[in-house]
Design a protein around this ligand. Sequence first.
Ligand code: ATP
Ligand code: MG
Length: 424
Amino acid sequence: MRYSKLLGKTLKDSPKDEVSINAKLLLRGGFIDKLMAGSYTLLHLGRKVEQKIEQIVREEMNDTGAEEILMPLLHPKEIWNETGRWDKAKEVMYQFEKNEKEYALSFTHEEIVMNLLRKHVSSYKDLPVKVYHFSTKFRSEARAKSGILRGREFLMKDLYSAHESEEDFMRYYKEITKAYIKTFKRMNLDVIVTEADGGVFTKSKTHEFQVLAQSGEDEIIYCPGGDFSANAEVSPVKEGKQCDLGHGPLKRAKTIEVGNIFPLGTYYSEKMDGMFTDQKGGRKPFWFASYGIGITRLIGTIVEVHNDDKGIVWPESVAPFDVHLIHLRGVTQNQPFDNAQGKKSKIKSRGDEVYDKLQKAGVEVLFDDRDDVSAGEKFADADLIGIPVRLVVSQKTGEKIEWKKRSESKTELLNIDEVLKRLK
Ligand code: ATP
Ligand code: MG
């Protein structure tokens, strides 16, 4: 991708109405654009990161045997009335009337999945079912101050599973817990699995996946040894209490919730007549669970955790590009072209040549090919955007290429083969 062609370049100053680090850096870096509070466009760089995150989640969900589908976002009132959530979840749902019929925009999909199950599953032989999708959720959030961490419209991966027995349901619930920990690890995020309340979803305890972060809106009480964590809202114990297993006093910390899983049991099936015929010929309700991951919230969380005073430091697995290639047109900054017409075309073609070679080798490159920007600005932009490897070609580097990692200060001069080898 040529940076000169990209819609949405870096901004020098932080937008005044944004307070969170993720919103400041993502807006300044040209990853997102704000339409209104809690509503953002993912520009190309942001969309690339989102797609990388989505693909990691997809691979891990597929690994558990789940199948990807896509469900509607416009829901009729009747389906929400079956469980009573049209009224119970009124505060969070966007509800409206059109041509004398009432609808809601999706804030979750339990009722829609239950409707699918009762149509398509009749026998224990059809179970278990594990379906998921990536789609937009709409929630009327009162506080939308944390940038992309809390949208009124945001992307979620939500998975739903139905089982013939409590045993199989709990087995899969545990499998998903492990899959989630692995999913977040692949994005360089360590999560603390935390007990929490089920809100408008369930009366049972649920499990949240919390990332330690100063900017987090949640607080947890947890054991540093890893054997206890509860959301501070529901914790039966306070910080400072000694851990029963001898790991010292429990801590209290701010966190961001990146995922939440809900063991819903037979509640939804019973309300919606989601039944199947068991091995003995009896009618039984499905054992049902739902599992969410905040896809756009993850973009913001990764930025909150992986940044420095110059900008974002993307983990390789989710970076929008593998390499940020910069070509400099002169020896010094802002040197005019008039005395170096030949050099300009020579150096420029060197940049193009490296760009082509990298792309042919399957490397994803953001190529800063701008002619009207100083070297200093290009370097500052590369640091702000945060792609893991910066490559520079200039008169000074000649046939070689300057290599620098975003996370290190050391630079090295390499030839193209060495660069390609390192990127493999
Ligand atoms: P929160 O407590 O932060 O309001 P929630 O518990 O209401 O979130 P869930 O229903 O558990 O959210 O949704 C599953 C996941 O979707 C959450 O773990 C979170 O990562 C993400 N998510 C929830 N609400 C938002 C939002 N407003 N903006 C972005 N992501 C969200
Ligand atoms: Mg939650």
